[in-house]
Design a protein. Structure first.
Length: 341
């Protein structure tokens, strides 16, 4: 599975009229099981680990990942698996539940803005300020609790909030924050199955709330709210990706692929040291080598580096030889088949 294929397949184009009904939550791009993509996921985790290390060292870009979905779509497990190889020192996860009284005394993006990632770090929003155009839109009583002046609550409030969100994200992008937004698209039938699993498995009872099932009554309202949100807030600088979530293994693969693809585009790298720093390093090396025990190598790590360099040069040659051998085997097999026929 190519990263670019996933990015193109599930990205909501800027300004496109979007309808969730046109996207299949069970889509897998032809893959039949997680066994077919297990290597892809493992490589993605390794690649992400290496890219995040460079991102942290370079200290120029911040990365913001936004996850939105209905309950039981797999947000928590996707974050857990995709970010499993990332150094916790460079990653921050925030889950936004019901707003507190302090939150309600501020604008609707205040609590999320306080948690934006620093340069060099990856910030993950498990739900976000987008709740303010989703659950608050489906449940008008929540909007009433926000203490807005009456003359500001008009029929245009959702359009205005879309504009505010787009403006914030443009500001962040112009100041070095890479923004990726993932909507995990789960079907009504699969959500029901996962709710029942949470009820049947005692170890999962803690994850279930009766209000989760109650929200299913508003399914169509949520679908309409999500469609409107995706239409008006997916931009070139902060795109939405609609990830099929009926198969958790495929959802994780897609998120990993999109994230790795985007990080490779900004190409983070380790900082280059200047001449003065190199001089300091050389002097420090000389001091440490002078402390080597009698008869021991002055720099024991140098031999390991040389061996790694030799191995790196040798591997491409081996790969080419293996490809030639496989081509010969396939050619012999095809010839034998023709003779037999």
């Amino acid at each position: 599975m190519k990263h670019t294929d996933v990015a193109k397949a599930f990205c909501v184009k800027d300004g496109a009229k979007f309808r969730l009904s046109r996207f299949d939550p069970a889509e897998t791009l032809g893959h039949k099981s997680k066994d077919e993509v297990v290597d892809t996921v493992a490589r993605g985790v390794q690649r992400l680990s290496a890219l995040q290390e460079k991102l942290y060292a370079q200290d120029r870009w911040a990365v913001l990942l936004v996850f939105q979905a209905l309950d039981a779509a797999g947000k928590d497990s996707t974050i857990k698996h995709v970010m499993s190889g990332v150094n916790p020192q460079g990653c921050q996860v925030y889950s936004f539940k019901a707003p507190s009284n302090e939150d309600l005394d501020h604008d609707f993006m205040w609590r999320a803005a306080r948690c934006l990632p620093e340069r060099g770090r990856i910030g993950i929003f498990n739900r976000s300020y987008y709740e303010e155009v989703l659950v608050v839109r489906v449940h008008p009583e929540f909007l009433a609790r926000e203490k807005l002046p009456d003359n500001l609550v008009t029929k245009d409030i959702w359009k205005e909030r879309f504009e505010d969100i787009v403006a914030l994200e443009r500001h962040l992008a112009r100041n070095g924050t890479l923004i990726l937004k993932f909507f995990l698209n789960v079907s009504r039938a699969e959500q029901r199955r996962r709710f029942l699993e949470r009820l049947d498995r005692q170890v999962k009872n803690w994850k279930f709330s009766a209000t989760d099932a109650e929200e299913r009554k508003y399914w169509d309202d949520y679908q309409a709210a999500f469609s409107d949100m995706l239409t008006h807030t997916s931009t070139e600088w902060a795109p939405w990706y609609v990830i099929p979530a009926d198969h958790k293994w495929f959802a994780r693969t897609c998120v990993s692929a999109v994230l790795a693809h985007t990080l490779m585009q900004i190409d983070p790298h380790y900082p280059q040291v200047d001449a003065a720093k190199r001089k300091d390093l050389a002097e420090t090396r000389a001091l440490l080598e002078a402390e080597a025990p009698e008869g021991a190598a002055a720099d024991p790590f140098a031999a390991e580096l040389a061996a790694e360099a030799t191995e790196a040069r040798r591997l491409p040659k081996q790969a080419r030889r293996q490809r030639k051998q496989m081509a010969k085997i396939r050619a012999r097999a095809a010839k034998a088949k023709e003779v037999k026929a």
